[in-house]
Design a binder for this molecule. Sequence first.
Ligand code: NAD
Length: 506
Amino acid sequence: MPKNQNEKTAIMNPREKIKNIVLVRNYINGKWIESSGTESIDVINPANKELIAKCPLGRKEDVDNAVIAAKEAYKSWRQTPVIDRVQILFRLKTLLEKHSEDLAKICTQENGKTLIESRGDVRRGIQMVETACGMPTLLMGKSLEDIASGIDSQAIKRPLGVFAAITPFNFPPMVPFWFWPFAIACGNTFILKPSERVPLTQIRVFELIEEAGMPKGVINLVNGSKEVVNSLCSHPDIAGISFVGSTPVAKHVYQTAASYGKRVQALGGAKNFMVVLLDANMDLAVKTVFESCTGCAGQRCLAGSVILCVGDVYTKFQEGIIKKAKEAVVGDGLDPAVNIGPVISEEARTRVKGLIQSAADEGAKILLDGRKEADNLNGYFLRPTVISEVNKNMRIAKEEIFGPVICLAKVETFDEAIGWLNSSEYGNTASLFTSSGSAARKFSYEVDPSMIGINIGVPAPMSFFSFGGTKASFFGDVKVHGQASVDFYTDTKVTIARWIKDSSIW
Ligand code: NAD
């Protein structure tokens, strides 16, 4: 990026455009500044393939500068009373409400999801801020008098310094909010690295953070990809890393950051199974399963993928799903009539098409092929695909699809369904459709995944609960948001005190 005198003032503008293309900036120490990276990646609107921004691939130098700012800010921020720290979050909540439609539109433009889905994405983000506003209560420690005669003990939760988060493309507003509001409300300072494929929503969020009166350096934004991630993971002055993304990168971040002695929570990919029993409310099951598998074009870590139909439920369920799939309107998410937007890129579309082909090659039946019909749309679209006769050894039954594909499989018994889903390498979520309480209890008790839906298709825990899976879907032990985030972002310090009576005073 050229640096001449004329552009110096423009550097302060977070959304400077040249020929309608946003040049993405970093936000470090309370200032919008140019990245030191000389390379950038194109940010494309996936609904029409238009180039909308250039995201710089930041360098180690950008991370170093952000850490210096965050470390300096930490000195006074940690001494700011928690009740004052959360006032900024209260103000931010009001600003987010005011600008929520604007944020949702930016999200749809860069990610492709429908406006309704983007509104939900923003809403979930705002709820994180609301929950973090309760930090004066969440942060309270414990104490006990007379742990031994005349000796008292107290445990307080104190911040640790600078934390960082690395986030994925699929929830541009929400996922960053899983982390930083909790971290800074605890008294830490923060660096966010959003996905280089969707940098624009966070630019707008950071403008609002600035407007809310956040002191400089408390939260910093560094755009980029691998070099930024690896620099964050190895930086000696960063206390911990939160990551969300695909399993191979989650594992890499977990191992690298842990090898540098950091706290790490790394959320990875998923393969989510949904079990339908004969006693389920069939209309609800069909509607909910379809929405789970195809909502956000299938690009949710909680998206349903393989539907295990127990016994005679198969035929009826399959008919219902095909009807729903045929009715789906695919197109630009800004159009209110549309219910499925595009996938993020041509590369993603090619990968999903390849997985569909692998199922056909391995003997499954493609009942509805969403690949062909979407080809005449000018965007990275896929219509919903319905595949039947899937078995557990097929690639499509094992790998994360991240596209609007519904795989149907017939199993003879409920136990067989549970055995199959527990054999997956992933453990994010699982859902059951039934009207039986005892079946629901058995399911919750026996399945491996950590987020369970009973007649629910996307069982995403709310901001005041904690979120995260198990197995290859989660590396670490302390989960995200809710009370768990307070544990992740603080150290518990225990003081044991004995005061000897001074007879000269009383
Ligand atoms: P991704 O792994 O490609 O990217 C995630 C982040 O990692 C980005 O910020 C990216 O810049 C960085 N990154 C990518 N490759 C890297 C590398 N080689 N070295 C260092 N950093 C790298 O993931 P994505 O495609 O953006 O997101 C989709 C994935 O995220 C899916 O697998 C989905 O299941 C997962 N996800 C999981 C959850 C969850 O809660 N478990 C939530 C949302 C998304």
